[in-house]
Design a protein around this ligand. Structure first.
Ligand code: GCU
Length: 849
């Protein structure tokens, strides 16, 4: 017991940088009682170092040593029943092992039997044996090991991740599209394959969907082969994103028409070349005729003709084409002249009539919603139009529109809602999972899951420790499909593996995680309006106006009286009619459309009553206040873990949660003021536009170096869109305010308050700010100082502007403030950053303003 305690203490004290993610194999309190179940010899039924079975043996040895402090011998012969045996069913049988009574396994499945006598870990294939080893270690590391046997099979064969790493990016090697966790790991030696294998991932596309022809030039094919070598021992096959016009770009051909004989021959040869370097190459991912990319439509060929070009080239080698359904024309959509125009319609329209025309080795990869990874979208109806074609769902672990890993958003609750959604094809139960795994339509081949991931060289992988639960959960979701553990169970297991078995740690991370998606939705875009980030810049901060008036088609059609996309058949874009009848009827009518998708399907007045009884606009106001209030509790909840998790990760998470709490207020005020301004309808509770505890920077006395600055968009600046910024980038700014007026307006009396400053942390520069208080006797005291260094500490897209993306808040607690005092802000600009300030809040306990 004492030894276990000591081990625990040692593991707590050690700072952790996150590189081991959920594979920390931390010592567990139950170590002694488990030792009986864990023999000290591991018999590995394959001694080839490139075999996943060999990897499984190494992993078991390392894991058991680390978790139990027990050093195991590894042997590659014999099958002594009193050891841990790991291998394929076939290899085990060939050593004379009995497989009678073994539950049926399919490809990648595994069987584990644990008894006091020995442990048997068998895979249907080599990869399955490795999955079994990881599963065994997970039960050990979570303290759940017990005698018994069970089998586990994957719900779907396709369990891939898609990296969006750039192969050519204008000279700076290793950038990642929508990368918030540092540069590409493929230019660095990492352990990514191990992490992915531990959650059952069997394929990885290593380059950006926005590919270019250099991806498959001779040099790159050799490089990709080396990456494949690194992933092979983990049972992970490599795939590549293609650029459709490569034959014309890389060789003398003057066409890339998918029906042209020379083009066909070109792709056949290229594919053979790839397989000669990578015999187990997984296949291609294709983004065609989407956002300016070339594709078969360029030659008036169908998408099926385009997909089949690659499918046929891959067939002799056993490869698969993941053909993306993200096909739309981002140039010609016209919102003003055409009420019926709708980007959401595009996928079904483009794929219309093509079901059954794809080769068997084509999987159509469909984003979960019809637009683009928004905080709330209905399930893409395209899934129901492809009964004879395998489909996979594209989820985004990368939180592109969901806070870019700078906001905590635990995604499994959203995924669960989408995956369990019953699409009612032919009025029969049709949860989305049943389409993906092939069971509903009896498709010849099943599809599965593709997760867009943007891990980088940051030691936390994703730029945030807590964001890694999404990657872990993606693997579990893809493996188990409909029978996956609940999002709550998944986060608890992840926490045990990643942080601690301490019940306070588990319950705190559980509460934070489960609250995070509804909270983010509340303070961003509600009722199916989409996220409302700035869609023209970084997809991060609030900018509702950016949705409309451009051909990107993420429209809200908000005007002075009404808001929302009319997607009905009777009067709108017709999108609702793309669903099977029962679902189409539900979305067609306001009465039966769930509130959370009301503005996705209907264009209504701001005063339209929702099912909740609130008006649309009051819902938007209330949700924002609730969401931002909840976000304020996140850092406070986390502070309860001080001393219970290692200091390094404690501080890292706290920093982010504090930032999120501040940015949620920027969101709240931006969105509420935007719609208040548009509609002229006041918040019933009088909160929007009234900020009793604020001192607006533009109303301060600008003593030196600062000027009043008009923020764009206006709603990203408090007080109607005004802030202050330094006049030049080499002169400091000083602004002062007597607190008399403030005390008058707020009704407060002298006392101790939290003082918050909202400022703009632009990239690139490290401005510094100081906040001073001077009392009636001229005594000066520094309340606090801070730096504009968020762009170096958060991976989220940097922005050079003074806007909703860069707006941030810093808070100083317990400051003595009195009526006779004067407040002074000193801002020293740096680089492109102009030490801008929006306002100062002086806050009584419990008040958020
Ligand atoms: C989004 C994203 C792009 C990406 C595209 C895609 O539009 O912003 O970066 O290329 O989706 O999925 O193809």
């Amino acid at each position: 017991m004492r030894a276990a305690l000591l081990l625990l203490l040692i593991s707590l004290a050690a700072a952790e940088n996150g590189i081991d993610a959920w594979l920390r194999y931390a010592p567990i309190p139950e170590a002694n009682s488990f030792k009986d179940f864990v023999p000290s010899t591991i018999v590995v039924l394959n001694d080839s170092q490139i075999s996943p079975v060999y990897t499984a043996g190494q992993e078991l040895q390392q894991g058991i040593n680390s978790i139990l402090g027990q050093r195991c011998q590894v042997a590659y012969e014999g099958s002594d029943d009193s050891s841990i045996i790991v291998g394929t069913v076939e290899a085990y049988a060939s050593t004379g092992g009995s497989i009678d009574g073994l539950q049926e396994l399919i490809a990648d499945g595994y069987y584990i039997s644990t008894s006091a006598g020995g442990v048997l870990i068998l895979g249907e294939n080599e990869r399955g044996a490795l999955y079994g080893a990881f599963a065994f270690l997970e039960t050990l590391a979570t303290g759940n090991l017990s005698a018994g046997s069970y089998a586990s099979n994957p719900d779907a064969p396709v369990r891939w991740v898609n990296q969006w790493d750039n192969m050519r990016d204008g000279g700076t090697h290793g950038s990642v599209e929508r990368g918030y966790g540092g540069k590409s790991i493929f230019f660095w030696d990492g352990q990514y394959a191990r992490l992915l294998a531990s959650i059952g991932i069997n394929g990885i596309v290593i380059n950006n969907v926005n590919a270019n022809e250099t991806t498959i030039n001779d040099t790159n094919i050799e490089g990709v082969a080396r990456v494949a070598d690194a992933f092979r021992p983990y049972g992970i096959q490599i795939g590549l994103s293609l650029y459709f016009s490569s034959p014309a770009n890389l060789s003398h051909l003057d066409t890339f028409d998918p029906l042209n004989e020379e083009v066909i021959a070109w792709w056949n040869n290229k594919t053979t070349q790839i397989y000669s370097h990578i015999p187990d190459f997984a296949g291609y991912l294709v983004k065609a005729n989407s956002e300016g990319q070339p594709g078969p439509l360029t030659y008036n060929r169908t998408l099926a003709e385009g997909a089949n070009l690659f499918a046929r080239a891959l067939q002799p080698h056993g490869g698969t084409v993941m053909f993306r359904a993200f096909v739309y024309d981002s140039k010609t959509l016209n919102q003003t002249t055409n009420w019926k125009a709708d980007r959401a319609n595009a996928a079904v329209e483009f794929f219309d009539g093509l079901d059954g025309k794809f080769e068997d080795n084509v999987v159509i990869q469909i984003k979960y919603g019809p637009i683009d990874f928004q905080v709330r979208e209905p399930v893409s109806p395209l899934f129901t139009h492809l009964e004879n074609t395998a489909t996979s769902i594209e989820l985004q672990i990368t939180q592109e529109y969901l806070g870019q890993q700078a906001h905590l958003v635990y995604l499994p609750p959203m995924w669960r809602e989408l995956l369990d959604f019953d699409l009612r094809v032919d009025s029969q139960p049709t949860p989305l999972t049943s389409i993906l795994n092939g069971s509903r339509f009896g498709t010849k081949r099943a599809g599965g899951y593709a997760g867009v991931v943007n891990v980088g060289t940051n030691t936390t992988w994703l730029g945030s420790h807590l964001a890694m639960s999404n990657l872990y959960a993606f693997g579990k979701t893809a493996w188990y499909g409909a029978s996956a553990p609940s999002p709550s169970e998944i986060i608890d297991t992840w926490t045990r593996l990643t942080f601690s078995h301490d019940p306070t740690v588990i319950s705190t991370i559980n509460a934070l995680s489960l609250a995070s998606w509804p909270t983010y939705e509340n303070y961003t875009g509600n009722l199916g309006l989409q996220t409302l980030t700035d869609i023209l810049l970084g997809h991060y901060g609030p900018n509702p106006a950016s949705q409309d008036g451009n051909p990107w088609g993420q429209w809200t059609r908000a005007d002075g009286n009404s808001i929302g996309m009319d997607r009905t058949v009777s009067n709108g874009t017709g999108f609702a009619g793309q669903y099977p009848t029962e679902v189409a009827e539900m979305y067609e009518r306001i009465e039966t459309t769930p509130d959370e998708l009301m503005l996705w399907f209907h264009h209504v007045g701001y005063t339209q009553k929702l099912h909740s009884g609130k008006t649309v606009l009051q819902h938007i106001y209330d949700a924002h206040y609730e969401g931002a209030a909840m976000a304020q509790t996140f850092p406070v909840q986390w502070e309860g873990l001080k001393g219970l998790v290692d200091e390094e990760r404690y501080e890292h998470v706290l920093y982010r949660l504090r930032y999120q709490a501040g940015h949620s207020l920027v969101w709240r005020d931006s969105i509420c003021n935007f719609y208040f301004n548009k509609s002229g309808i006041a918040d019933e509770l009088g909160r929007v536009g009234n900020y009793r505890y604020r001192i607006e920077a533009e109303e301060m006395e600008l003593v030196e170096g600062y000027k009043v600055y008009q923020v764009k968009p206006f709603e990203a600046g408090s007080g109607g869109g005004w802030a202050i910024a330094t006049i030049a980038n080499n002169t400091r700014g000083v602004a002062e305010a007597s607190l008399d007026d403030f005390f008058e307006k707020s009704g407060l009396s002298d006392g101790t308050y939290d003082v918050a400053v909202n400022y703009y942390d632009q990239a690139l520069g490290n401005s510094t700010w100081e906040l001073w208080l001077m009392d009636g006797n001229g005594e000066e005291a520094l309340v606090g100082e801070w730096k504009g260094d968020l762009e170096y500490n958060l991976g989220r897209a940097p922005s050079p502007y003074i806007d909703g993306q860069t707006a941030a808040r810093v808070t100083f607690n317990g400051v003595q403030v009195g009526r006779d005092m004067k407040l002074r802000i000193v801002g020293v600009p740096d680089g492109l950053e102009s030490a801008a300030v929006d306002y100062v809040s002086i806050l009584p306990e419990g008040v958020v303003d």
